[in-house]
Write a protein that binds this ligand. Structure first.
Ligand code: BGC
Length: 247
């Protein structure tokens, strides 16, 4: 069975039909640039371009980088246009896509759903936390494989600051931090999350998951196992489609 998955990110809107049995893209993904400002209307146009590229006419799952309740309503927009807050994203995208059934899910939750089924979290019981390091820090918390949605652990306080402002990969780039310097911040952040949840496993996602050999060895003193995500770029697309399959 196939469902279309779309990942709405800060730089690109990427999508492809997803083969749910394999947990992988059924065709090469198509990407358009995220409009700036990324208002709901402008993003909906981008999503339509991506879906139309494949002539897709079935259900669509989309990620969003903020709290999304009930597969539908956006509640927060830390790094995107504030016009998203309280938007009924299911209605917006559904209408723009000519009435296709639509489900919207937090981006980190989507990545986590895919990693738990097909990647680094496969067959893992107990408490597993996936953290995505990108423009912000996203989180997905699983207990015995069941997602607790919208945990937003990127906004925990770290040294008096919103943690993602100090430990995201954007913070590394903006501050021109070395891997070691940035990893020290990530270590402190993970120690805080560990204090709260005592997970068995941390999965490190986002673009940095491909560069784990550059920084994971600096992260010491954490009791939980720490592994890089395996699905990398396509986790959001696959997870969004998997979530849509449940609606
Ligand atoms: C948002 C989260 C999102 C994360 C990664 C944070 O700023 O609040 O909802 O998952 O960024 O995009």
């Amino acid at each position: 069975m196939q469902i279309f998955g779309v990942d709405i990110g800060g730089s690109g809107i990427k999508g492809a039909p997803v083969d749910l049995g394999r947990g992988d893209l059924a065709e090469e993904r198509h990407k358009v640039l995220t409009p700036h400002p990324a208002t709901p209307d402008a993003v909906a146009d981008g999503v339509k371009q991506v879906v139309d590229h494949f002539g897709w006419t079935g259900p669509v799952g989309l990620t969003f980088p903020g709290v999304v309740t009930g597969g539908s309503t956006v509640r927060t927009a830390a790094n995107v246009d504030k016009g998203w807050i309280d938007t009924d994203a299911r209605a917006l995208f559904g209408e723009r896509l000519g009435g296709l059934p639509v489900t919207v899910v937090n981006d980190a939750d989507a990545a986590g759903i895919a990693e738990m089924a097909f990647g680094a979290g496969r067959d893992r019981q107990g408490t597993v936390i996936l953290l995505t390091f990108g423009t912000g820090i996203g989180s997905a918390l699983f207990v015995d494989g069941v997602l607790v949605p919208n945990t937003e652990l990127g906004h925990l306080e770290l040294n008096g600051h919103d943690a993602e402002k100090k430990a995201s990969s954007k913070a590394k780039e903006d501050g021109d931090l070395s891997w070691e310097h940035w990893a020290r911040r990530v270590r402190k952040y993970l120690a805080h999350v560990e204090m709260l949840f005592s997970p068995e496993l941390f999965i490190i996602g986002g673009g940095v998951s491909r560069k784990s050999q550059k920084f994971l060895h600096y992260i010491e003193g954490i009791k939980a196992e720490i592994v890089p995500a395996q699905l990398q770029n396509n986790a959001g697309i696959v997870g969004a489609a998997m979530r849509a399959a449940k609606d």
